[in-house]
Design a protein around this ligand. Structure first.
Ligand code: OSB
Ligand code: MG
Length: 370
């Protein structure tokens, strides 16, 4: 299979409500949709999930789009691809830039699963059916607002709640939510806002029966996370630290974490994500599927991955309407009884809503690879 043509759509999608983390506030998501056409005329889709500001990783939507065009697409030009997992290997000559790699790699998995006339979840070894999902809740302006927000998502059916925290907004919100919802599968995500000096606060958080504490320390702090994990019972989950299988091995050897948030975009695509998933399963690390405010295409890739039975902990995979008033796919993802149903169509199993795509599209580039 050869890739003959690539179209990159640059979108700006306003969020229904601004989302606040320890990094700052976001009110809209900039992303790209990549459409690849194969020599057999099969169309595969990928989503470029970076952000407009490089606070989560070094990449931004614009820098990643540039890397896609200038450095990555040329590497698969005139290459006869035999399997989807080949792409990860081909891209190894480019350092980092995982989000840029992921948008192409995931589109190629879509093409291969379509050519095998299978859903992507089946192709990845997943089980089709319903998957349990969770929701990530940004920092709220008051505790009352937080309680209402959590209650609303529970009413909608979400079975796991993740609260964003930062120094000064941690013990109180957790205490309040734990008191009101004693049985709730609850966790927190610090987006690397703490350091060793905050040990007393982190020890207090350890007392609220949290499912995990996500990324308390800096993004390369494997040693400091190991220091912390020795002193608390709550599993530490690494997010920003994990860019590859090697990072997971390092975390495992050092005992920096007991859980891994797998984001397809952050690890450079589905092949690396599957390798991480296998490693976690074999070594007793909890693995689950994270999110990056994906639109419908990225969400479909996440759902296909999350359909693997090893990812039983509910991921950050909300319904389409959690972030956007209108998604870019025809059959939006909805939540029923706390679950999202994996699509059964070939490949990612969702179809672009061309009208909706147009309304969000700022510009497009057509790249011929002949
Ligand atoms: O840390 O997991 C994170 C969103 C953007 C960047 C980083 C993170 C998040 C989320 C939301 O927590 C996940 C989602 O619902 O898509
Ligand atoms: Mg996180």
């Amino acid at each position: 299979m050869f890739v003959k043509e690539a179209i990159l759509y640059h979108l700006e999608m306003p969020l229904k409500e601004p989302f606040k983390t320890s990094y700052g506030e976001m009110s809209s998501k900039s992303l790209c949709i990549l459409k690849l056409t194969s020599s057999d005329g099969i169309e595969g889709y990928g989503e470029l999930d970076a952000f407009s500001t490089p606070w989560y990783t070094e990449e931004t939507t614009d820098t990643a789009a540039m890397i896609v065009q200038a450095h990555l697409l040329p590497l698969i030009r005139n290459v006869n691809l035999q399997t989807a997992d080949q792409v990860n290997h081909i891209f190894k000559v480019i350092r980092g830039n995982e989000m840029a790699k992921s948008v192409i790699e995931t589109a190629i998995w879509d093409i291969f699963s379509k050519s095998e006339k299978q859903s992507l979840s089946t192709y990845l070894g997943g089980v089709t059916g319903d998957i349990s999902v969770g929701v990530s809740i940004g920092i709220q302006s008051s505790l009352d607002e937080l309680v209402d927000t959590v209650q609303n998502y529970i009413n909608e059916g979400y079975t796991r709640v993740k609260l964003k925290i930062k120094p000064g907004y941690d013990i109180e919100p957790v205490k309040k939510i734990r008191k009101l919802f004693p049985e709730l599968l609850l966790m927190v995500d610090a987006n690397s806002a703490y350091c060793r000096d905050d040990i007393q606060t982190l020890k207090k958080l350890d007392q609220y029966n949290l499912a995990m504490i996500e990324q308390p320390f800096g993004v390369t702090d494997f040693v400091d996370h190991a220091w912390l994990q020795k002193q608390i019972q709550t599993p530490i989950c690494l997010d920003e630290n994990i860019r590859s299988l090697n990072d997971v091995k390092q975390a495992f050897e050092l005992r920096s974490a007991k859980a891994i948030n797998i984001k397809i975009a952050r690890v450079g695509g589905l092949d690396e994500a599957l390798k991480i998933l296998n490693f976690c399963y074999e070594n007793g690390l909890i693995a689950w599927c994270g999110g990056m405010f994906e639109a419908g295409i990225g969400r479909a890739h996440n759902i296909a991955l999350a359909s693997r039975s090893e990812l039983s902990f509910p991921g950050d995979i909300s319904a389409s309407n959690r972030y956007f008033s209108r998604d870019i796919i025809l059959d939006e993802f909805t939540i029923k009884n706390g679950k999202i149903t994996t699509p059964v169509g070939f490949g990612i199993g969702v179809e672009l809503d061309k009208f909706s795509l147009e309304t969000y599209c700022k510009r497009r580039e057509v790249i011929i690879l002949d």
